[in-house]
Ligand binder design. Structure first.
Ligand SMILES: *Cc1c(COP(=O)(O)O)cnc(C)c1O
Length: 356
């Protein structure tokens, strides 16, 4: 039976990336070697990592003065790298979930932290409104898409201080005005490629101003100056990411994928609204993520959660169990999820309702 992969991360990749990776694992571009055994300094791999970085630049129309790098340690290591490199006195944060809180925790090791607003009072089921960014902060940090709670900031906000965004789970899901950000970063395993790499898009001029020594491997300048090849990166993961980026470009780029993502999200949220068995956890339509759609059983059907889980599994749905911190269901519908996969989930929801 066809499986529909709704995993939150690592998550669905394009079929093109999977199939071409399989070929490259056996014999990379006729070289007679596997991508898993070539040197990261070889001309084959140089071309791969360069193409990957260039595709990110091209897809996001990144202006001059920015570097694109692949880093170690996923998004979580960057929670400490960012303050290490950029926090001299004070940093401001918008607390929209577990990942934002983890970034806040690390920043506190390096200086004063101001949380401008938090949605923790309601299990992070909305994006706080009406806050102000302190103009004396070294930077302001947001999480554009809150993977666990299914909320998203879908516009590029104006900030009087350098704006830094953890965009782990919505990077490349829509066109972005990169010029509004000093830095956009994240783990690659949601919308770029497989696990094992993180990415960062950095405005070059913000680096080199830290008033502390930085260990070489945690210094962003090491990555920008050495083109992500200071030491050995995760070559296989970068190869698959490059293929997935190539797929995205061939599909028509960010305008086209955004259109599809909006349509997928609309179809799923519409069904949640219509279906008496389910209810969305995020009330404000404007705050709803188009990448991670969260829903729970409605009041009268609380005892049917496990039944639906089993029913959906029997129909080929994978990874729709909600995050352990909130329960219910979460369908992650990243770029590579086709509308037909979302339709299959919607059909299962309809069928489940009918059979009650
Ligand atoms: C998954 C995720 C992270 C953590 O990523 P790692 O690469 O596992 O460290 C951080 N932030 C957001 C928004 C995420 O979705």
């Amino acid at each position: 039976m066809k499986k529909h992969n709704f995993n939150a991360g690592p998550s669905i990749l394009s079929q093109y990336a999977i199939e071409e990776t399989a070929k490259g694992v056996l014999n990379l571009n006729g070289s007679g070697l596997s991508i898993l055994e070539i040197s990261h300094r070889s001309k084959e791999f140089s071309a791969i990592i360069e193409e990957a970085e260039n595709l990110i630049k091209e897809l996001l129309e990144i202006p001059q003065g920015y570097s694109v790098v692949f880093v170690h340690g996923g998004a979580s290591m960057q929670f400490c790298m960012i303050p290490y490199n950029l926090l001299n006195k004070k940093a401001a944060f918008l607390d929209t979930g577990t990942w934002a809180s983890k970034a806040i925790k690390e920043a506190k090791n390096f200086g004063e932290v101001v949380v401008v607003a938090s949605s923790k009072d309601k299990t992070y089921n909305y994006i706080p409104k009406g806050w102000t960014i302190p103009s004396d902060a070294d930077y302001f940090h947001i999480t554009t898409n809150n993977t666990i709670y299914g909320t998203e900031i879908t516009t590029d906000i104006d900030s009087p201080v350098p704006l830094i965004a953890d965009a782990s789970s919505d990077i490349l899901s829509r066109p972005m005005d990169v010029s509004k950000y000093a830095m956009i970063y994240g783990g690659a395993q949601k919308n770029i490629g497989p696990a094992g790499i993180g990415f960062a898009i950095i405005k070059d001029e913000i680096l080199g101003k830290a008033n502390r020594p930085i260990p070489t491997i945690l210094d962003y300048r090491t990555y920008t100056q050495e083109k992500s090849l200071y030491n050995t990166p995760s070559c296989g993961a970068i190869y698959t990411a490059m293929l997935n980026l190539r797929w995205l470009k061939n599909e028509g780029g960010l305008k086209e994928i955004h259109k599809r993502n909006l349509e997928k999200a609309r179809v799923l949220y519409d069904e949640i609204e219509r279906n008496k068995v389910f209810v969305a956890t995020v009330n404000d339509v404007n705050d709803r993520s188009i990448m991670n759609v969260n829903f729970i059983m409605s009041e009268n059907y609380k005892d049917k959660e496990e039944d639906f889980q089993k029913f959906a599994s029997s129909k080929g749905m994978v990874g729709i169990k909600g995050h352990r911190s909130i329960g219910g269901f979460r369908a992650s519908i990243y770029n590579a999820m086709p509308l037909s996969g979302v339709q299959a989930l919607v059909d299962a929801m309809k069928e489940f309702e009918k059979a009650l």
